[in-house]
Design a protein around this ligand. Structure first.
Ligand SMILES: NC(=O)c1ccc[n+]([C@@H]2O[C@H](COP(=O)([O-])OP(=O)(O)OC[C@H]3O[C@@H](n4cnc5c(N)ncnc54)[C@H](OP(=O)(O)O)[C@@H]3O)[C@@H](O)[C@H]2O)c1
Length: 307
């Protein structure tokens, strides 16, 4: 049985569906308040439909190592999809694991650890990866770049909703920086691909889209694939940073921060050849991934999809 921690994360449904399709028995560890309905709904019902007895749910909380012990003892492997740098949760998990015979864990980290910019998020993610590497676990660490492709992804899905509604999009900087977002289906496929693959034990892999594209190319593809001729409002990086820092200072829950504006300007291109060599990682291009996303959004918005 494979134990899923972070089943309700936005990666959860496709990862679980992929594992079930590959024949694994799945148990999802959920907190008391976890939204199980949302989990099933966001997988389009496929998590339960046809899964028969291949999925079960149980309670546990990373805040309490004791609540996980019996779940970990029953598991042959764990997929850990909670932010690894989240205040002490990883430490609790590793403490609980050390009281069991469990050896195999797949962790989801992030390419944030590779950014050239200094940030507390980057530092804490690096520390978390190091913590895992110090254990005697047969770990695999997967580092996806920006993930997109589910109906509620906070990246391109949200961008499509915005341009549909407003007819414009605001960008910061000259748009010549590189990005390499990865489709959610490719990340889910990677989890299934590494789970029992001994070659991937005690290794770390970058997961990104087929090839890097510039931010401007992304905007062109977005216009072509959505069929919406939206206006692009370009704000130079310096003034943009200033405007966003004023906005975020006077807004209770800002949707953008000045640090994010800085991060938008840097190149985010990643080498995933190690993942290709060891487990055949073969991601789709942004064009292909976006097409899939638009298809999914349109299907959800159709009268049949809304039912
Ligand atoms: N989003 C991206 O573009 C992106 C890119 C690269 C990597 N990643 C990585 O992908 C993973 C998933 O990302 P995410 O943003 O969807 O997830 P997230 O917000 O980091 O985690 C949410 C999940 O963690 C669970 N959780 C939180 N506290 C918990 C606790 N005390 N005990 C047990 N479970 C707990 C939540 O369960 P509840 O339902 O109970 O709240 C939920 O399932 C993360 O490791 C993230 O770093 C994301």
């Amino acid at each position: 049985m494979v134990l899923i921690i972070g089943a309700t994360s936005f990666l959860g449904p496709p990862v679980i569906s992929g594992l079930i399709r590959a024949g694994y028995r799945i148990r999802c560890m959920l907190r008391t308040g976890s939204n199980r309905e949302k989990l099933v709904r966001s997988a389009g019902g496929s998590i339960c439909d046809g899964a028969g007895g291949d999925i079960s749910f149980c309670s546990g909380n990373l805040l309490s190592p004791d609540s996980m012990i019996s779940l970990l003892r029953d598991a042959s492997a764990v997929v850990y999809m909670v932010d690894m740098a989240k205040n002490g949760l990883l430490e609790n998990f590793l403490r609980a694991v050390s009281r069991t015979d469990l050896k195999r864990v797949v962790f989801i980290s992030s390419t944030t650890v590779l950014t050239p910019l200094k940030s507390t998020i980057k530092e804490s993610k690096i520390k978390s990866e190091e913590l895992v590497k110090k254990t005697d676990l047969d770990y695999t660490i997967l580092r996806p770049s920006m993930i997109y492709g589910s109906g509620d992804d906070p990246n391109f899905s949200r961008m499509i909703q915005f341009i549909k509604k407003r007819g414009f999009f605001i960008t910061f900087g000259n748009g010549k920086n590189l990005i390499q977002p990865v489709h959610i289906g490719d990340v889910a496929g990677a989890v299934t691909g590494v789970l029992e693959n001994i070659k991937t034990f005690k290794k770390t892999y970058n997961l990104a889209g087929l090839e890097p594209i510039t931010y401007n190319e992304m905007l062109d593809i977005m216009q072509k694939k959505t069929g919406i001729n939206f206006r692009v409002i370009r704000i130079p990086a310096g003034p943009g940073r200033f405007l966003v820092s004023v906005y975020s200072r006077f807004t209770r829950h800002p949707s953008l921060t000045a640090d994010q504006v800085d991060r938008m300007g840097i190149d985010k291109a990643y080498d995933w050849s190690k993942a290709k060599d060891d487990f055949g990682f073969s991601p789709v291009s942004f064009e292909e991934g976006l097409e899939k996303l638009i298809h999914m959004i349109n299907a959800n918005e159709s009268p049949a999809g809304k039912q």
